[in-house]
Design a protein around this ligand. Sequence first.
Ligand code: ATP
Ligand code: MG
Length: 183
Amino acid sequence: MRFSRLRLTGFKSFVDPTELVINAGLTGVVGPNGCGKSNLLEALRWVMGENRPTAMRGGGMEDVIFAGASTRPARNFAEVALTIDNGDRLAPAGFNDADQLEIVRRITRDVGSAYKANAKDVRARDVQMLFADASTGAHSPALVRQGQISELINAKPKARRRILEEAAGISGLYQRRHEAELK
Ligand code: ATP
Ligand code: MG
């Protein structure tokens, strides 16, 4: 699975529809302070199922919706679409019906979040599991936030173990075991 496109609408500072093509190899995002580089990484994390407002540098989940500017009114929804190249057909059952897989998350004020996979409604958990099993996702150590390196150095052993588990590709199993224990 390879990310090939990221589309944002009304997400944080990306008020107008913005599309980024992600080619194979290394992609760099450069720009002045405050232009939205970190917001892009947060969009990626969010569409993969992030549900902690703090991870999105906000107080509540609706803070990802464009909040308005002196010249533009606030929006009522935010949407992020992530296109995944599934040409190798390695996506799990239920997500594996085409060479392209598009995951869309939309949040509407006072309504909450809804997810779609190739235009079909899916649950948040399905999307989170899809990415966790692919060793990526909202909590992936592959997504390094600004300031996270120093947090990692100061982390307790248990938190560090979770990062190793994610890197080893067993975090999906870990999540399922946790859910089984709760039942
Ligand atoms: P730096 O180089 O300093 O790390 P950056 O390119 O990573 O900067 P971001 O942190 O991604 O910049 O973007 C910050 C900008 O996004 C700020 O101008 C902030 O006002 C804007 N922003 C964040 N959330 C929203 C929102 N909900 N609505 C409108 N604008 C927002
Ligand atoms: Mg930044």
